[in-house]
Ligand binder design. Structure first.
Ligand code: ADP
Ligand code: MG
Length: 239
């Protein structure tokens, strides 16, 4: 069953077509990776799906409902939760309070405290809970932001380059975290550069190149596709 269905979506910025007539389906229950060289249009497509940009043309469906005209907040209420490429934690607030802010609409009192503890330990941030978020390492800030997205208990978790700036160990831990959410039924769409991470988590992969769909399929099929290796591997380290 398609949870997200992007149909013929394009986005132009002046004379530049960043996303061109893209069809993309994310099935309920899968971890889907969106990959492609720098400048391929991945972040633009991501922002179209979460509602930060209106498309120039085309439609986007969530759970079979046309959400093309909906604001990001309405999409979040439908069950989407978003982590953008640049971490946007509240740096001047303690780590725990960042999680509190994300939880406060859904939970209060002892229930909220229990969920704070659960998320902090899940994210390996329990010992940092009193530190200002701005004092965390870049990788820890990424985890904190993933935790804030998770606090909404989304049906669909959308992550744009969640492992940017992480060490290989942190990247691996992030992959295991994502697999554990997915095992509990959460659908995940990840924009990612790091192929080791894609191998670790992806079930299906969509490859974007110059704003267009270049290839799509199972992880195995994409890894074996020589055309993908040519466009992707040649440029992946330029980022
Ligand atoms: P990726 O995430 O795959 O690296 P982006 O979606 O960020 O690619 O960018 C795709 C293309 O669209 C690039 O050429 C980029 O310069 C351009 N672009 C992205 N956002 C904007 C914007 N807000 N205004 C103008 N051009 C943009
Ligand atoms: Mg990007």
């Amino acid at each position: 069953m398609a949870l997200v269905d992007v149909k013929g979506v394009s986005k132009r910025f002046g004379g530049l077509t960043a996303v061109s007539d893209v069809d993309l389906t994310v099935n309920a229950g899968e971890v889907h990776c969106l990959i492609g060289p720098n400048g391929a249009g991945k972040s633009t497509l991501f922002k179209l799906i979460v509602g930060l940009y209106p498309p120039t043309s085309g439609s986007i469906f969530f759970d079979s409902i046309d959400i093309t005209a909906e604001r990001p907040y309405a999409r979040v209420q439908r069950g989407m939760s978003i982590k953008m490429q640049a971490p946007s934690v509240f740096k001047e607030l303690p780590v725990r309070q960042n999680i509190q802010v994300a939880l406060q609409e859904r939970l209060s009192g002892a229930e909220r405290v229990a969920e704070e503890e659960r998320l902090l330990s899940l994210l390996n941030l329990a010992e940092e809970s009193g530190k200002l978020a701005g004092a965390l390492s870049h990788g820890q800030q990424q985890w904190l932001e993933i935790g804030m997205a998770l606090a909404l208990q989304p049906q669909l978790l959308l992550l744009d380059e969640p492992t940017a700036g992480m060490s290989p160990e942190e990247t691996y831990k992030t992959g295991e975290l994502i697999k554990s959410f997915n095992a509990e039924g959460m659908t995940v769409l990840v924009v990612e550069h790091d192929m080791a991470f894609v191998r670790q988590v992806a079930q299906r992969v969509t490859v974007l190149h110059l704003g267009k769909i270049f290839a799509r399929g199972s992880l195995e099929a994409i890894l074996e596709d020589e055309k993908v290796a040519e466009i992707y591997l040649g440029k992946t380290h330029a980022h």
